[in-house]
Design a protein around this ligand. Structure first.
Ligand code: LLP
Length: 403
């Protein structure tokens, strides 16, 4: 997206605002289909559940991976065919199972013996099951995202997974096995380890025709070729149908968070205080994640902020040479968008673009400290459209009762 378009969007819809370029989404889905021509895609709704984005993915012929009642209902509402929805996650309840079965969800990933107990009691003759395996290796990513680790809560070790699979197979509804090794995976060897964990499990189940390799591709450097080679080898040997559950890869790079500079402060460091922070984009605070932050040329607002270095103070005062943090407007040190950011001289009113923000950005935004969640805008062929309005103060107490 050009700086001119980003400036226009910020003027028209205000800040902070998430902007998603649907042409980039198309390109990313295209890249997946080229790299994995043998696979069916089930978009992980948790990465970004915006309804307009989900509808766009339906039109592209992608299915969905959902985790909770909320995600399931969102996916159904957006128009994903129930047969193309995988219901995963470790928290299945009888209520969720009943609703999924009634809606005709085609495939469920069983995370545990307990989940199978829930589903065994549910009238779901048309539902087939994957058994999620915990492969017990270190996928070399942030510990919060390392779901393959033996210490993580996800899946069951192979022996237990096999026991569940035998029970499911006795009801004629075993589809296969599932591993999601983690997120932000950037090492090709992870896919080999996943295949090595899965392959032996199929020996006793000739009728299991499906394998789900999960999601997890890192951005901006996804190990596409290595993952594709490992999965393809498995398919050639086994003839199984393949599902992938990409979330981040589809939408991360299509998304930009627009935020305006409120104040610039000097001292030991240069603090650029912006109108977005951890309530809008939690990843830097929660994972120490890096998101590129840059100045949008020509994006300054007509009226700046206040203070010695902002607004009236203009661009003077605070040395761009100081190490720079881009901070948010809340009262916590962790409330920041980036540390040691390379930024030229900036002043109140300037517009910043935070990149790679489409996945787990708005999805993890909160109302912490009365923050109003940002507006969401999609861009298609250079045209911008508001798809979720910015929250207003009254949205904060809409669900409450008076004392
Ligand atoms: N499938 C399953 C079963 C998952 O648990 C996940 C993500 C995905 C697919 C999609 O993974 P992706 O392709 O997006 O890496 N909030 C964290 C990410 C948590 C991911 C949780 N599971 C972040 O901001 O990095």
């Amino acid at each position: 997206m050009t700086d001119a378009l980003l400036s226009l969007i910020a003027r028209r819809f205000g800040t902070p605002t998430y902007v998603y370029d649907l042409d980039v989404v198309d390109a990313q889905v295209g890249r997946l289909r080229t790299a994995f021509p043998f696979a069916e895609l089930r978009y992980a709704v948790k990465a970004n559940a915006n309804g307009a984005l989900l509808q766009h993915l339906v039109a592209l012929g992608v299915g969905a991976e959902a985790l909770t009642e909320g995600e399931l209902e969102r996916a159904l509402r957006a128009g994903f065919q129930p047969a193309h929805i995988v219901l995963g996650g470790p928290g299945h309840t009888p209520g969720l199972a009943r609703r999924a079965a009634e809606a005709g969800v085609g495939l469920v990933s069983l995370d545990s013996v307990g989940a199978w107990r829930v589903w065994r009691e549910t009238e779901a003759p048309g539902t087939r099951f994957l058994v999620r395996v915990n492969p017990g290796f270190d996928p070399h990513t942030h510990e919060h995202l390392a779901t393959a680790a033996a210490t993580s809560k996800f899946g069951e070790p192979s022996e237990t997974a096999l026991a569940i699979a035998h029970e499911v197979a006795s009801t004629g509804r075993l589809a296969g096995f599932h591993v999601h090794a983690g997120s932000m995976l950037d090492e090709e060897t992870v896919a080999d380890l996943v295949v090595a964990a899965l392959e032996p499990l199929y020996a006793g189940f000739p009728d299991a025709d499906l394998v789900d390799f999960g999601g997890g591709l890192a951005v901006p450097h996804p190990p596409l070729a290595g993952f594709a080679a490992a999965y393809e080898r498995f398919v050639r040997r086994s003839g199984k149908r393949v599902l992938l559950e990409p979330g981040r890869f589809v939408i991360a790079e299509a998304g930009t968070l627009l935020t305006r500079v409120l104040h610039v402060k000097g001292g030991a460091r240069r603090h650029v205080v912006a109108d977005a922070g951890m309530a809008d984009l939690l990843r830097p605070a929660l994972y120490g994640a890096h998101h590129p932050v840059r100045l949008v040329e020509g994006g300054e607002s007509d009226r700046g902020g206040t203070g010695p270095s902002g607004g009236a103070g203009g661009r003077s005062g605070v040395e761009p040479g100081l190490p720079t943090d881009v901070d948010g407007p809340l009262c916590e040190n962790a409330d920041r968008l980036g540390q040691d950011v390379e930024l030229p001289a900036v002043a109140a009113g300037d517009l910043l673009a935070v990149g790679t923000a489409g996945a787990y950005g708005f999805a993890m935004a909160s109302n912490y400290a009365g923050s109003l969640r940002p507006a969401e805008v999609v861009v298609r062929a250079g045209e911008a459209r508001l798809v979720r309005r910015r929250e207003r103060p009254e949205d904060l107490w809409r669900l409450e009762e008076d004392a």
